[in-house]
Design a protein around this ligand. Structure first.
Ligand SMILES: NC(=O)C1=CN([C@@H]2O[C@H](COP(=O)(O)OP(=O)(O)OC[C@H]3O[C@@H](n4cnc5c(N)ncnc54)[C@H](OP(=O)(O)O)[C@@H]3O)[C@@H](O)[C@H]2O)C=CC1
Ligand SMILES: O=C(CO)[C@H](O)[C@H](O)COP(=O)(O)O
Length: 504
């Protein structure tokens, strides 16, 4: 007899925690993992520690797992993205029946999701690609959930997704906290909504991660300036982040940064060493940031700051090369002679302004993707579901929600009056910080590329007139004229004397 409300495959960190979250909300959930020993370990852990353990049922046999779920079945996948997801779907298929729904909560490439949805719907199944963000704690007590798929499949999943998602205060947008095992949050607004058809949910999660990359990189550049230019130690820098977390920069990433920086190294019994100073400076990446930057290039969207954050991780990975180069390539050695407190404040402004540009780029990208992939995205709603649960959650997201609710057709976030004023107020400090960093030879690629985006976007005239003339010179690529209507192209016969212009 089918007794469980939903099933979940993949019992690594995300799957275990999401399963517990679902059980805490009163649903009975069947769980399965490719390697059965992980299921056994998880079930034993739950039995000993989790108030909702009776609602979790572990299976070692895939067919029995599927048969236990009420129809139409809802089966969540939280396995490695890519081939592992395809392998899991292939293994499940012989056991499924018409109208069953597979929900992929992994960080899938959205084009894979489009393909999977097409294949599965041709076989009579539903497929939802749902972004899940919030890491381990988010999955356990309330993630931000970004589902795609058909409206019909969403209607079936919606009650569970709304229950388990993070909750925010309806007025302030602040995340409601205080959930404990067996005691989920009651009330508030759920951080989930149907994002759009087929791959839209995974696309929005990908852009979330692209923004996460740049948010993290900007924080790292602020840290680097305080460490390398102002000579502050990690604990002192942590206190600055703690203070920033009380103001306009308040966010989950700033909060955890303050905590990380004030952590002493547990491997040093003397207690004299800061933990962060012992962490090797090479960043990993699993692909979502790179996909965001690559898709921005494909769609012609100037998301340069997001791309810069990906390149910064790539540069960090060249540890041995950087160490070797550091003894050959010399930069300036200047003492820091400005007012330290004023510069700390300026770094905060540089961080905030760059963040506005980064989010503007993420939303521009989604705007272009909406046209390219035939989705209808509601940007206010996307900002809303990012207010709680996810890694980029921040007070700032409420301002983005407000901006799109004031003007759903907003061309660029920087043009909303709140953000325009914020950029105007902070730009002198932002420029000063970058100038100082350049003079001191401290790399701030994300601060700088965000400023280049701001300066480029607000320029009525850029030097592409010369570039287009160069293209016409070497490749007869033609040009438009400032004194003729748009869409009328000309070519100058460069090799000839005299050079004659022709209308194309
Ligand atoms: N970790 C995080 O903070 C976040 C992760 N995600 C995404 O959620 C998903 C799960 O992430 P996470 O919990 O970190 O786990 P991992 O990405 O490390 O995936 C581990 C799971 O994938 C299964 N798996 C691996 N290869 C295969 C295969 N070939 N066939 C079947 N199953 C396979 C493993 O099974 P076995 O035990 O048998 O090896 C295990 O259940 C990923 O797509 C990830 O990108 C999304 C948001 C946040
Ligand atoms: O999706 C996530 C958070 O939102 C995952 O933690 C993801 O792994 C982060 O990306 P990367 O590993 O490339 O830093």
């Amino acid at each position: 007899m089918s007794t469980t409300d939903i099933g979940l495959v993949g019992l690594a960190v995300m799957g275990q925690n999401l399963a517990l979250n679902i059980a805490d909300h009163g649903y009975t959930i069947a769980v399965y993992n490719r390697s059965p020993e992980k299921t056994n370990e998880f079930m034993a852990h739950c039995k000993a520690n989790e108030p909702s353990h009776e609602r979790l049922i572990g299976f070692a046999d895939l067919s029995e797992f599927v048969q236990s779920i009420k129809r139409p079945r809802k089966i969540i996948l939280l396995v490695k993205a890519g081939a592992a997801t395809d392998a899991t779907i292939d293994a499940l298929l012989p056991h499924l029946e018409k109208d069953d729904i597979i929900i992929d909560g992994g960080n899938a490439l959205w084009t894979d999701t489009i393909r999977r949805e097409k294949d599965l719907s041709a076989k009579g199944f539903e497929f939802i690609g749902s972004g899940v963000s919030g890491g381990e704690t988010g999955a356990r007590f309330g993630p931000s959930l970004m589902p795609g798929g058909t409206a019909q499949a969403w209607a079936s999943l919606e009650p569970i997704w709304r229950d388990i998602a993070a909750k925010v205060d309806p007025v302030t947008g602040a995340q409601l906290s205080g959930a404990e095992p067996g005691k989920p949050i009651e009330g508030g607004v759920s951080c989930t909504a149907h994002v759009g058809s087929d791959g839209a949910g995974h696309y929005v999660k990908m852009v979330h991660n692209g923004v996460e990359y740049i948010d993290m990189q900007l924080i790292c550049e602020g840290y680097s300036l305080m460490k390398n230019m102002l000579g502050m130690n990690a604990g002192e820098i942590g206190q600055v982040f703690e203070k920033w977390n009380q103001g306009k920069l308040s966010s989950f990433l700033i909060e955890i940064t303050a905590d990380i920086l004030q952590q002493k190294d547990p491997a040093d019994a003397t207690g004299d060493t800061w933990f962060v100073d012992k962490v090797l400076d090479t960043a990993g990446q699993k692909g979502t940031g790179m996909w965001t930057a690559a898709n921005a290039l494909e769609l012609g969207v100037p998301a340069n700051a997001i791309a810069e954050a990906v390149f910064a991780r790539s540069l960090s990975a060249l540890k041995e090369e950087r160490v070797a180069a550091s003894s050959i390539l010399k930069g300036p050695t200047l003492p820091f002679e400005s007012d330290r407190e004023a510069i700390i404040e300026a770094i905060g402004d540089a961080l905030y302004s760059s963040k506005i540009c980064a989010y503007a780029q993420g939303f521009q990208l989604m705007k272009e993707a909406e046209k390219e992939y035939n989705w209808t995205l509601d940007f206010g709603t996307i900002a809303q579901i990012w207010r709680g649960g996810c890694i980029i959650r921040a007070a700032f997201l409420q301002k983005i929600t407000d901006a799109y609710s004031n003007n759903p057709e907003l061309k660029n976030l920087m043009l909303d009056s709140y953000f325009t004023n914020a950029l105007h107020d902070a730009q002198n400090n932002w420029r000063e910080v970058i100038a100082l960093a350049v003079r001191h030879g401290i790399p701030v690629p994300a601060f700088s590329s965000a400023l280049a985006y701001f300066d480029g976007y607000r320029s009525a005239v850029v030097p592409a007139n010369l570039l287009q003339a160069q293209r016409d010179y070497f490749g007869a690529h033609t040009y438009e004229r400032t004194d003729e209507p748009r869409g009328q192209f000309y070519h100058l016969d460069w090799p000839q004397t005299p050079r004659v212009q022709s209308k194309i």
